[in-house]
Write a protein that binds this ligand. Structure first.
Ligand code: NDP
Length: 484
């Protein structure tokens, strides 16, 4: 239990000005949806309706794709890389200037703690735009592009990118998609997730503030059907998707046989492997950060803890002590560690999989923890006695739920870590550098963290193997998906 009670430390909500309704952002302006459809976005911590947001139908998608095409064939397509960079730098600077407002808005719409939106999400968003601004006039030196590239020739952009993002990192995923696309000279139509559209709409205002030419960025809000229409629109040249493996598969099917390029960043079931020589206290912090960061709504979350049997008791005792200090509650309180679950549907999924864990024989444990009466909440939870066949060891729970498995030898750790249809990330905790290299080499995961977890940097490529998708975002590699 905490040594003392914390006083409330609420961030001020008055810094954000949420409008009662939002239109679609097409060709530089906010417009109503042509068939008048809309959806409500709610605050998952209170269930309060925040705004009514337009839902794009086929005519809206068509208008957005046409606007993006006109900008691609017009002013944006003719602009030099150096001038594109100026716009990207301008976007990055405005994001920094408005960072406090964006962080509060993200926490209200998504449910994540302000500590994370303020210190992780929004700084990384700005960093992403700064990083890709730097590439815009240096593409000829990136060594990328599919066509014949005589030396010194700049690779060409692909055209109009249709981009679909999930609700777990709404503004960060927008940055991962839009920054490299614009740096390489493409134009975009982006669909945010239906439960978290507000920071994408704030970004649309930032595009206006930066005087980005109309049509370069278009934001179409709506549900899965809106996303499907965007993917299938014949005017889209490239599709970039982050979300569930199931929807990723449907998109891959829809794009198969067309000339469209595709990148998919899908689910994960990462192994966080702790060897007997690991520093226990640091490993415990890494485990907590690996699974409880962002309520576990993280595709690369360390959701399977693999701990060497000889230290399992000591490590689990220490982990439980640490979990008892985690503060669950108001996302706008600066002391909060774990915020609200993003939606009622996601809460239901976490409950269902956790119940399956108990039914299949694993032991469930959560620290004593009072959850608010309204809103969507789930206490931090660990399951011990988990076997590889259990659903909670195989399926992505996407919540604050950790499945603990043990191993005896390094070979067994590698075998268990790789025993998953996914391959997005992994973690290794050990004192020995040679062991880090030897194990990392054998793990089938796009990102392997050593003695840390959930570290992100715009200069570093990110992406998966197997059912975690294909293509890389971030770094020089992230340019490739947007170059012909
Ligand atoms: P989805 O994959 O459904 O959502 C991701 C995005 O795709 C959203 O913008 C969604 O729209 C859109 N979308 C949905 N259906 C289609 C379609 N047929 N064609 C094109 N776009 C579509 O994830 P969910 O939000 O439904 O979450 C379900 C599960 O997926 C979670 O429980 C979690 O396990 C996993 N997930 C994984 C993520 C990851 O990063 N790996 C991210 C999010 C979820 P809309 O939301 O508006 O319906």
């Amino acid at each position: 239990m905490p040594a003392f009670e914390y006083a409330p430390a609420p961030e001020s909500r008055s810094i954000v000005d949420i409008r009662s309704s939002y239109g679609l952002f097409i060709n530089g302006s906010f417009v109503d949806s042509q068939d008048g459809g809309s959806r409500k976005s709610i605050n998952p911590a209170t269930e309060e309706v925040l705004a009514e947001v337009a839902e794009a139908g086929p005519a809206d998608i068509d208008a957005a794709v046409r606007a993006a095409r006109a900008a691609f064939e017009g002013v944006w397509g003719r602009m030099s890389g150096a001038n594109r960079a100026k716009y990207l730098y301008r976007l990055a600077r405005i994001i920094q200037e408005r960072s406090r407002e964006l962080a509060v808005l993200e926490s209200i719409d998504n449910g994540k703690p302000i500590r994370e939106s303020r210190d992780v999400d929004i700084p990384l968003v700005a960093a992403h735009f700064f990083y890709y601004a730097g590439w815009a006039d240096k593409l000829a030196y990136a060594g990328l592009g599919r066509g014949p590239q005589p030396s010194g020739t700049t690779p060409r952009p692909i055209g109009v990118a249709g981009q679909i993002i999930p609700w777990n990192f709404p503004m960060l995923m927008l940055a991962w998609k839009i920054a490299p696309a614009l740096a390489t000279g493409n134009t975009v139509v982006l669909k945010p997730a239906e439960t978290t559209p507000l920071t994408a709409l704030a970004f649309a205002e930032i595009c206006q503030q930066a005087e980005l030419p109309p049509g370069v960025v278009n934001i179409v809000t709506g549900g899965g059907e809106t996303g499907r229409m965007l993917v299938e629109h014949p005017g889209v040249d490239k599709v970039a998707f982050t979300g569930s493996t199931e929807v990723g598969r449907a998109i891959a099917r829809a794009v198969a046989g067309t000339r469209k390029r595709l990148t998919l960043e899908l689910g994960g079931k990462a192994a966080n492997i702790v060897f007997d020589d690991a520093p226990i206290d640091q490993a415990v912090e890494g485990i907590v950060n690996g699974i409880f960061f962002n309520q576990g709504h993280v595709c690369c979350a360390g959701s399977r803890l693999l701990v060497q049997e000889s230290i399992a008791d000591e490590l689990l005792a220490s982990l439980k002590r640490r979990m008892a200090t985690l503060r669950v509650g108001d996302p706008l309180d600066k002391n909060t560690d774990i915020g609200a679950i993003n939606s009622a549907a996601q809460l239901e999924k976490i409950r269902e999989l956790s119940a399956a864990g108990e039914q299949e024989g694993a032991q469930r444990w959560s620290p004593p923890c009072e959850l608010p009466a309204r809103g969507f909440w789930f206490a931090p939870t660990i399951f011990t006695g988990v076997s590889q066949a259990h659903r909670i060891a195989r399926e992505e729970i996407f919540g604050p739920v950790l499945s603990v498995l043990t191993f005896r030898t390094p070979a067994e750790a590698v075998e268990k870590a790789n025993n998953t249809p996914y391959g997005l990330s992994a973690g290794i905790w050990t004192e020995k550098g040679s062991r880090i290299l030897a194990i990392a080499d054998k793990l089938r995961a796009g990102v392997v963290w050593a003695n840390t977890f959930n570290r992100f940097d715009p200069t570093s490529p990110f992406g998966g193997y197997k059912e975690s998708g294909y293509g890389r975002e971030g770094g020089r590699h992230g340019l490739e998906a947007y170059l012909a």
